[in-house]
Design a protein around this ligand. Structure first.
Ligand SMILES: Cc1ncc(COP(=O)(O)O)c(C=O)c1O
Length: 1007
């Protein structure tokens, strides 16, 4: 028997007063409360306020007990937002009273003070508090069970929603009926099967605005929940679904309201992803059931206008909810609950982050080497026409010419002003969609496009609406765990329809389409809209490219940064106001002017990684010239070492530390045993200064033999022995203690390749210098100092036997042999760790710098015990920073990487490969006179003719042209006509091919 079959009880106020007094010992004022089926009174008494509840005759006693039991359970679990059961004076929670023929079940509950939720306008804060309140309620109900809650046929049991289908014929409006049918069909097919696995609980199921109590002093606070008459055992998630079905009605912003409700509910009572996955469907089911039931009542009582009015908010809400991708709402719920917005979003994003370096470039040649500029579409630059306006053509061409670039970038996450059509409005909130979820790459039409990673064609479709994508390609990819994700290419040309069919396999780097022109691409300046999707949501051949700002955090998990596949430096997407021009102007005022800045078009480098340097526009440059960053820019092992030690201790070497000793051992272990004593300093200059002091102190002489065109440092003492400096612009007369020996250049000097005695012949000139010194001082030279393979001299490797003969002659007259390994040491020359080994000699002093610290100011002098003792005159050698713990940690880290990554062997192998390719270039062009060097220390000398007229200007122009192609080289040599190649040792075969290909092309334009 159902409660609907009996009229509400008809007790008089007198009856009630009598019962109150008899059963509870209470006398109070009564106020009748509205009820569809029961008879309820509010009781005000000196013992408090109560609700006196006379149940409908049809009400099941067990069910009344269930309600009492649940309220007691809630009280016991400390929940404060529900009435308490008031026992009779004899301790009963319920009693039976006779009225006429019938016996009625009566209970009394405490009265919850406050206003009804429906009485005051709802704020977002209230919604948040409602979520939290209901979350607490669900938490407090956990563990409650009562067999009377098992009500599978109860029409308001949301698990029994399909039962409402019989009332569909009562839905008067055909569109509403159709929607109801559609939603039910969807529920039957998709949602109901998923419910089977969801947890069950006894739930209230009716937190509507007349059953919720708010605090009159603070309307945002929800303080109570009443009317447990719809209670039943059902899916736990139904509780939130019913709450939201009511709470979302009449809300301006359904996104914000949903977020507030779900996030706060779940903060108290976490839900599972599987529950949140059905929540949106269940909300719509509950609304549809309401509409069906009320339509049924309206049909029965057409005169009752109230019924029609009360149905309106549900219909309106359903209508608005039709205007959103349902799976997006699920994503929003999941995100609000602190879960991945879509399944595996974090896994996919992690995978892409790890996989980033392995992606292929969208454009060829590699896009990372292309000049680029940002095209703001956020209204910040009003001089730029919208790119849906033909006026953009001229603007873009002019900009490209100015920036010497082909590509413009439209940013991911940009809050744009361009989206003005109705397509960007939504019924869910007043907010328009403005946030761009892809990256745009503007380039002339027909530019070929390539797949960043392998996949298969998921959709190929013409979204031929104004300001839509036009021809669109969607590829499906998989993570290493087989989880699918998607990439979208919008605004293409129609070539995709010939190139692809759904399901086609796509290789990484494969041509996948071409950029479309205005007339096909949706009506935009030609550009690619590139986007990643971790889920297609409910979409298939198109996908939202613009998001609501308030929902951006959710969308970011669905459409993560496309740069995960584009792999461009972050500066690509950030406008840098401090441009190279500006910095040049500042620099002119702030820094000493006696330093040139590389390249005609100046570069502002902002980051480095491995072999690459990145400028302020995010463009990558292959570093072919920085021999200092030996193990690569910002090597993580070094970064870790330097920061770790900097956080522990940095001080001078007057305190004991094993770091400096360990490092001294490590460096000297790379040399013959007698080169056993180390000094640590801060620069190559300082190291050469010290080497010269040791030699001069030990020999009592000052006269020093140097090679013509040598450079040994920037201090007075080292410039004095650097003809490269004192013989050139701004120089000074050769110091009388400096003796210049002929530069042993086997290409341009008097003794050339093919002359087997060239080494000995050049050494003769050193002997002549010794004689000169002897004639002047009566003694030999203090020192002979030379780079072991000449850098500033133009990457010149000396003829065989040269050092051997020179060292012998110098030592024979008591002199010290100093090898300057500042540029060429640490395995760079490939065959050997030290370049002096190429000459099969052992110096008395070895000077190290540049690569030793990979950019950190560290340099060293290693010598023999004998020379070190002679230098120990009593005058202290103190160096504030030399040998400090941070520098030692750096030195150790550099050595680790050289050894662990096999960089010396790599230099040998790759150097030989490059030399081979350079020889082919030499064979093609007369301009290339010589290619030479060892390992990754190579030079290419350019000449105009067989007389070796130096092609100095062309060398400079080639270096600048290579810079335009994103490869950094420099020139050097006495005639400044030698291209210098001495890259970070992590230079790869791919880098080598890129460099050689470009060099070949560039040289061809000068030949
Ligand atoms: C061969 C050689 N020695 C010494 C130095 C001076 O080193 P630093 O610049 O570290 O003082 C340089 C610098 O270019 C060099 O190339």
């Amino acid at each position: 028997m159902s409660a609907f079959e009996f009229a509400p009880p008809q007790f008089t106020e007198n009856d009630v007063q009598e019962l109150l007094s008899a059963k509870y010992g209470i006398k109070g004022d009564l106020r009748a409360l509205e009820s569809e089926r029961d008879q309820n009174f509010a009781v005000s008494s000196d013992k408090g306020k109560f609700v006196f509840k006379i149940a409908n005759l049809g009400e099941d006693v067990d069910f009344l007990e269930l309600q009492n039991n649940s309220l007691t359970f809630l009280q016991d679990s400390g929940f404060e937002g529900c009435p308490a059961v008031v026992p009779t004076t004899t301790g009963e929670n319920m009693f039976v009273a006779q009225k006429g023929e019938q016996e009625y079940h009566i209970r009394m509950l405490t009265f919850l003070e406050g206003d009804l939720y429906s009485q005051k306008p709802v704020s977002l804060e209230r919604l948040a508090n409602l979520g939290r309140f209901m979350g607490k309620f669900s938490k407090s109900m956990s563990g409650f069970f009562d067999t009377a809650a098992h009500r599978p046929d109860f029409i308001w049991n949301l698990d029994n929603a399909l039962a409402a289908e019989e009332y569909f014929p009562s839905i008067a409006n055909p569109a509403h009926r159709e929607r109801a049918e559609h939603l039910f069909a969807h529920y039957r097919a998709e949602t109901a099967p998923k419910l089977q696995h969801l947890r069950m609980a006894v739930i209230h199921q009716d937190a509507n605005d007349n059953n919720l109590v708010i605090d009159p002093a603070d309307e945002s606070k929800v303080t109570g929940l009443i009317d447990f008459g719809d209670m039943c055992y059902g899916r736990q998630i139904n509780e939130l679904a019913v709450t939201m079905a009511y709470a979302l009605m009449d809300q301006d912003d359904l996104f914000a309201a949903s977020k507030a409700l779900v996030s706060n509910y779940c903060a108290e009572f976490p839900l599972f992803a599987a529950e949140l996955d059905v929540l949106f469907d269940l909300i719509r089911m509950r609304l549809t059931v309401s509409v069906a039931m009320s339509s049924h009542q309206i049909k029965a009582h057409p005169e009752n206008e109230y019924l029609l009015v009360s149905q309106k908010p549900a219909l309106e809400l359903l209508d608005r909810l039709d205007d959103v991708d349902p799976r997006f709402m699920t994503a929003l719920f999941r995100h609000a609950a602190g879960l991945d917005a879509v399944d595996h979003a974090s896994h996919i994003i992690n995978f892409l982050e790890q996989n980033q370096p392995n992606t292929a470039s969208l454009f060829k040649p590699d896009f990372k080497y292309e000049a680029r500029f940002i095209i703001p579409a956020d209204g910040s630059d009003t001089t730029i026409p919208p790119f849906s306006d033909q006026a953009f053509n001229a603007w873009f061409d002019e900009k490209c010419a100015k920036e010497e670039a082909r590509f413009g970038i439209g940013r991911y996450g940009e809050d744009r002003t361009v989206y003005q059509t109705d397509a960007f409005a939504s019924k869910l909130s007043k907010e328009r969609r403005t946030i761009h979820m892809g990256v745009d790459v503007f380039v002339h039409a027909d530019e070929p496009l390539h797949a960043p990673m392998a996949g298969e064609v998921y959709a190929v479709h013409d979204n031929a609406f104004e300001l839509d994508y036009g021809p669109t390609l969607i590829l499906k990819h998989e993570t290493d765990k087989g989880v699918p994700f998607y990439s979208l290419y919008g605004h293409l040309s129609r070539s995709i329809f010939d190139l692809h069919h759904v399901g086609d396999k796509i290789e990484k780097g494969q041509l996948i389409g071409h950029i479309g022109d205005w007339d096909v691409n949706g009506g935009w300046y030609p550009h690619l809209h590139f986007q990643i999707m971790t889920s297609m949501l409910s979409q298939s051949t198109n996908f939202n490219g613009v998001a609501h700002k308030s929902m951006w955090d959710v969308w970011q998990q669905i459409c993560p940064n496309p740069n995960l596949l584009m792999n461009q430096a972050p500066q690509t997407f950030e406008i840098d106001e401090q441009t190279p021009d500006k910095l040049m102007r500042r620099r002119a005022n702030l820094l000493g002017p006696s330093l040139s800045v590389s390249y005609k078009k100046k570069l502002k480098m902002v980051s480095g990684k491995g072999v690459h340097l990145y400028d302020h526009t995010g463009r990558a440059f292959v570093d072919g010239v920085n021999n200092i960053t030996h193990i690569g820019h910002c090597h993580p092992h070094l970064v870790e070492a330097i920061s770790r030690q900097a956080g522990i201790l940095n001080t001078n070497t007057r305190y004991l530390s094993e770091l400096v000793l360990d490092y001294a051992e490590r460096i000297t272990s790379k040399m013959p045993d007698h080169l056993s004593v180390a000094y640590f300093v801060n620069s190559g200059t300082e190291a050469n200064e010290l080497a010269l002091r040791i030699a001069r102190q030990a020999t009592g002489q000052k006269d020093t033999i140097v090679l013509d065109w040598a450079y040994h440092g920037n201090s007075q003492g080292t410039v004095d022995v650097s003809p490269y400096k004192f013989k050139r612009k701004g120089g000074f007369p050769q110091p009388d203690f400096t003796h210049i020996a002929e530069f042993p250049d086997p290409f341009r000097g008097p003794y050339r390749y093919g002359d087997n005695d060239a080494g000995a012949k050049y050494a003769e000139d050193v002997k002549r210098r010794i004689e000169e010194i002897k004639a002047k001082t009566g003694n030999g030279a203090a020192a002979f100092i030379a780079e072991s393979i000449s850098g500033v001299g133009g990457q010149v490797a000396y003829p065989e036997g040269y050092f051997k003969a020179v060292y012998e002659a110098v030592r024979a007259e008591g002199g010290v042999c100093i090898a300057d390994e500042v540029q060429c040491g640490f395995g760079r020359v490939g065959e050997h760790f030290w370049a002096y080994e190429l000459q099969d000699v052992v110096p008395d002093i070895v000077v190290m710098g540049k690569p030793i610290g990979n950019g950190h100011p560290l340099a060293a002098v290693v010598t023999t015990k004998e020379l070190a003792d002679k230098f120990n005159t009593g005058m202290e050698y103190f160096n504030s920073f030399g040998g400090n713990p941070v520098s030692m940690a750096v030195g150790m880290a550099v050595m680790d990487v050289i050894e662990n990554e096999g960089l010396q062997a790599h230099a040998k192998e790759l150097g030989n490969y490059i030399l081979g390719r350079w020889r082919q270039i030499k064979d093609k062009y007369d301009l290339v006179g010589d290619v030479r060097g060892h390992g990754l220390f190579l030079g290419m000398e350019l000449v105009e003719d067989e007389q070796l007229t130096p092609a100095t200007e062309k060398a400079g122009a080639i270096v600048n042209a290579m810079r335009e192609r994103s490869i950094l080289l420099s020139t050097d040599g006495p005639l400044d006509n030698v291209l210098k190649f001495k890259p970070p040792m992590v230079f790869s075969r791919e880098n080598a091919d890129f460099m050689c290909d470009q060099l070949d092309e560039v040289i061809s334009t000068f030949s």
